[in-house]
Write a protein that binds this ligand. Sequence first.
Ligand SMILES: [Zn+2]
Length: 380
Amino acid sequence: MTGKERLPVRGAQGDLLRLVATGQAESRAELSRLSGLAPSSVSLRVEELLDAALLVEEGAGTSRGGRRPRRLRVSPTAGLLAVADLGAHHARLALLDLSGVPLVVEERPCDIALGPEATLDWMAAAFDDLLRSHAPPGVPLRGVGTSVPGPVDPATGRVVSPSRMPGWNAFPVADHLGAHYDLPVLVENDANLMAVGEARAWPGCDNLMVLKAGSGIGCGLIVEGRLHRGRGAAGDISHVRVRADSSAMCSCGHPDCLEAYASGAALMGALADQGFAVHRPADVAALVADAVPEATALVRNAGRLIGEVLTVLVNFINPDAIVVGGSLSGAEPLISAVRAAVYERCLPLATRDLEIAVTRTGPDAALLGAGSLLLDAVLA
Ligand SMILES: [Zn+2]
């Protein structure tokens, strides 16, 4: 493992590096304007970052008349981040540069029901494998991060009472990964990471609700441009009660939760009962794309139930956009039914400029979100 070095940056240097890494600034003048630091302070710190080979200066930046400024970029050799988006039966794994650009993304089968030790040891071996085959020589690993499909206590990095992760309750995920890597480790709920990654594709939208419709149902909340974690379970809409007839038991042990009717797992169960061969939520979306009436009706009903829960939240939070991602997001009737419920039931002022759309970032949203938050942890 190459990654024991510590970044020689701190405080304001990290802020400047982050502004360049996220594409917000490419010149000293822009850094000065965005950071509020005096031009002489910016110049000094940029020289230190150049000396540390974390920034490089190249070509000519955008000219504003007069001398053409050179363009600051995060050095491609500054370091790598290893990130994973962990699902129930598969994981997406990636190596990112410090700007968040993927060098490689792979999806591999895994089984979180094997428990946290086996799953996290598998993940570390998969990261090592990717580093061996894809990391450029001499570029150090700077941080490791993963999503988990359950609530995470942000103070401890422990999973708390996840409903579909047997054996994971209270397991110290961050500590266990940290034992493999003496580096900053990020552990965060999957819908939260999806929201952070997706937010980069919605400039000008500071308040976003990002729905993850996969095996489960999650929602990540961006408020004033930042992830709202609350106590760690913010955005969890899966256990809102949507019926009162106790007709379906939820994985949490209560009857009639949204998840018991509208999650990918619930839809797969209902379709299997009708004789369809469905093994993952994407199979449900594929049946809808093939215009199979039973699948379309179930997905439309799921969208209506999700939309009715969202009406309360839209009135309460007034987001700029609702973005739907996850493996069911390709099912158009789901999005249409969410739109119909929200536009019909919400206050006019809340829906006048509200956009309800499918993900712009696609299946890598959570990986990109992990990269963003992990860069903060690396530079902290
Ligand atoms: Zn429940």
